[in-house]
Design a binder for this molecule. Structure first.
Ligand SMILES: Nc1nc2c(ncn2[C@@H]2O[C@H](COP(=O)(O)OP(=O)(O)O)[C@@H](O)[C@H]2O)c(=O)[nH]1
Ligand SMILES: [Mg+2]
Length: 336
């Protein structure tokens, strides 16, 4: 059996091994990923982003528990991918991870993976995309990607995810200026976690005002309405144009409280994406982007292989002494 076949058959050890290879960018890893690719596209991908300590790990833990113990609903298998480049430890919040291990360990329907993020940020998004693809192919229904909100990384994760949850805390973002516009634009669901703390109402109000200000410029046609309002399109006969209203939800991950509503919002958002053909559109956007990255990497790699070190060094020295511009440097090296 190839690694790909073992993984499709549910072999968790083979899965872990391949994930390591994909993270390390090995040739074998890429080859297996190519084999598995046709099995991807079934999982629902959820990104959870926010500042360190807002409770992302705790929330992910609770969402996973809810997916495993759905009451009346459908039970779903869950994979968790933790990406935290801000932490010296892989996977970031060690505490959150430990809580996860305690609550979720021993359940074969749950798989937890912390990305090794030591060192460079470069390529992390691509590696995460690869890891998520493998987990998708392995048959997990729900893939939760936890990432620390640190600029570009949350945007990259939003591109990867179908549903992006942005986590805030009471007291955060009371000042409208303090809320990064970008973060609201990527949010499909806004969560105020630690709702047991004072200042919830202020934060909620500030977030709503920001959402309102963001409309109609918001990239994804976000519309401001009351909290918990279900878009008519989901309840009625889908007459209105495809618009999603990012709900602002309050949770207490450590209690827990508000998790059911959060999980409901995730599946409502998926339903919305499917209904308006946006799931397929997002998918295609993502694949086109992956293609672009692969193309760039390949062309650059091929070019570098054809270019002699001495020639490169010579041209770079010309550039450093400002005899030629960066563009001219490229011209010279490509023409060779
Ligand atoms: N009071 C309170 N503390 C919480 C809540 N959720 C998480 N925490 C605590 O906040 C800290 C950071 O949580 P963690 O999930 O690791 O945050 P992350 O860094 O965003 O992943 C931990 O000590 C949690 O126990 C909550 O709803 N209320
Ligand atoms: Mg964490």
């Amino acid at each position: 059996m190839t690694a790909a076949e073992s993984i499709l058959a549910g072999d968790r050890l083979a899965l872990s091994r391949l994930l390591t290879q994909v993270e390390n960018g090995t040739k074998e890893g890429e080859a297996e990923l190519d084999l598995l690719f046709k099995n991807t596209g079934h999982a629902h991908l959820v990104g959870i982003t926010g500042a360190p300590g807002t409770g992302k790990s705790s929330l992910v833990n609770q969402i996973a528990l809810a997916a495993r113990n759905p009451g009346e609903g459908v039970q779903r298998s869950v994979a968790i991918v933790a990406v935290d480049p801000s932490s010296p430890f892989s996977g970031g919040a060690v505490l959150g991870d430990r809580v996860r291990m305690r609550d979720l360990s021993g359940d074969p329907g749950v798989f937890i993976r912390s990305m090794a993020t030591r060192g460079a940020l470069g390529g992390l998004a691509r590696k995460t995309a690869g890891v998520v693809q493998v987990l998708d192919a392995a048959g997990f229904d729900l893939i939760l990607i936890e990432t620390v909100g640190a600029g570009q990384s949350e945007v990259d994760i939003a591109r990867l995810a179908h549903t992006t949850i942005v986590v805030e805390n009471p007291g955060m973002g009371d000042d409208i200026q303090a809320i990064k516009a970008g973060i609201l634009e990527i949010a499909d669901i806004l969560v105020i976690n630690k709702a047991d703390r004072p200042g919830v109402d202020n934060t909620e109000r500030a977030l709503r005002v920001n959402l309102e200000l963001g409309y109609p410029q918001g990239e994804r046609n976000h519309v401001f309405l009351e909290a918990g309002h279900v878009p008519e399109a989901l309840t009625g006969t889908a007459q209105i144009e495809g618009k999603w209203i990012p709900p602002v939800l309050k949770t207490i991950a450590i209690q827990p409280s508000g998790i059911e509503e959060l999980v409901k919002a995730i599946w409502q958002h998926r339903e919305y994406l499917v209904r308006f053909g946006l799931l397929a559109a997002r998918d295609q956007e993502r694949l086109a982007h992956d293609f672009e990255l692969a193309l760039q990497a390949r062309l650059k790699h091929d070019w570098r292989r054809r270019t002699k070190d001495a020639d490169l060094k010579h041209v770079m020295n010309e550039l450093y002494s400002r005899k030629i511009s960066p563009r001219q440097a490229v011209d010279r090296l490509i023409e060779r």
